[in-house]
Design a binder for this molecule. Structure first.
Ligand SMILES: Cc1cc2nc3c(=O)[nH]c(=O)nc-3n(C[C@H](O)[C@H](O)[C@H](O)COP(=O)(O)OP(=O)(O)OC[C@H]3O[C@@H](n4cnc5c(N)ncnc54)[C@H](O)[C@@H]3O)c2cc1C
Length: 319
């Protein structure tokens, strides 16, 4: 620990280091033990030089954006936690159909959406309520109902673990529901080129209003959580018979299945299945990552035995 501290502060004296820091306060779920080192990086250069240095010195690196989609282990995290916070947003070239907007991976979705609407562009409005950063949203291909953020991307600027920098065209990003190539490659997302159409500010504001009202009605906002713990479930002929309300949809909502299994308000320690949205877990302030894991197991086992359905986690575990 002392060795890492000396190495890092000597190599990067200008960065704002914190050592042996509890991660829980940074996370939306308010869970997580100490990290050896935490640093907030504001520029692409800081991220690339720091990750190369850590790679060469065998120091483990963990990337966090807004920490709104993670469960950080109670035992904490070894090595360096890099919080990505490059927040630039700039309008680049455009043709008759699309304008390219380049966003730093650390910009939060809400200010990015507000800026693109202000520029008279449309496409990202439904993501205003996603609390994390652009990097986190691309990593998981964030969604609002059936709208996936990857559908609005032209290319993603990344650095690989060993320091290679590249632009990945959208066709090579392997975007699918809850999936992108970055989950497999471990590449760090530095910047994203979005491909947006010219829109009407009034229509964009209507879309934002509609999505904000829908979220407030269906999600337990304001309570520590990580959003949906579970993914929606791909529909099958068998599921269409069990859940006919969703027979014409590609997925059955995970929350609906959990609700049908009678699991709303089930609690382990300080973590409870939300009564408002059953795919969400709420932390009453005393919850631990162990409680989350036990509750996940309970929900999965019950849903499997009642409906023969395998649930998959949407959140990422950090340790
Ligand atoms: C109240 C609430 C509402 C939510 N609503 C939605 C919603 O409508 N739709 C939706 O899809 N999700 C939603 N979520 C989940 C979450 O906000 C999104 O998945 C969000 O995009 C995560 O971004 P983040 O920056 O917080 O990522 P983090 O939680 O910081 O990280 C998540 C994962 O992404 C990786 N990662 C983050 N940044 C980078 C990067 N720059 N390069 C490489 N990897 C990176 C991390 O290592 C980690 O594995 C919600 C969560 C909450 C708490």
């Amino acid at each position: 620990m002392k060795k890492i501290q000396t190495l890092l502060t000597k190599a990067f004296p200008k960065l704002d280091w914190q050592f042996n820091v509890e991660l829980a306060p940074f996370t939306y779920m308010k869970i997580g033990g100490p990290a050896d080192a935490v640093v907030v990086t504001k520029t692409v250069k800081d991220v690339t030089s720091l990750t190369s240095f850590c790679y060469q010195n065998d120091i483990p690196v963990t990337i966090l954006g807004g920490a709104s989609n993670v469960i950080v282990d109670d035992k904490g995290v070894k090595g360096v936690v890099i919080r990505i916070a490059n927040e630039s947003v700039e309008q680049l070239e455009h043709d008759s159909t699309f304008t390219i907007v380049r966003a730093g991976a650390g910009v939060k979705m809400a200010p990015l959406v507000a800026k693109t609407v202000e520029m008279g562009l449309t496409g990202l409005e439904y993501f205003l309520g996603v609390p994390g950063t652009v990097g986190g949203a691309i990593y998981n291909n964030a969604h609002y109902l059936s709208d996936l953020i990857g559908e609005h991307v032209a290319a993603v600027h990344v650095v690989s673990k060993d320091g290679k920098i590249a632009w990945i065209a959208v066709k090579n990003c392997a975007f699918a529901y809850e999936h992108s190539r970055f989950q497999k490659t471990g590449e760090i997302i530095l910047e994203v080129n979005f491909r947006l159409k010219t829109g009407s500010k009034k229509e964009s504001q209507e879309k934002i209003k509609h999505a904000t009202e829908y979220r407030a009605k269906t999600q337990p906002l304001g309570i520590p959580s990580s959003g949906c713990i579970f993914q929606n479930v791909k529909n099958t002929e068998k599921l269409k018979k069990t859940f006919p309300d969703f027979a014409d949809k590609p997925h059955v909502p995970g929350g609906y299945i959990i609700d049908q299994a009678g699991l709303k308000s089930t609690k382990v320690g300080g973590i409870q299945v939300s009564t408002k949205h059953a795919a969400w877990f709420e932390n009453d302030g005393t919850g631990t990552s162990d409680d989350v894991k036990k509750l996940i197991k309970k929900v999965k086992d019950t849903v499997k035995s009642k409906f023969d359905v395998e649930l998959h986690e949407e959140v990422f575990f950090v340790k």
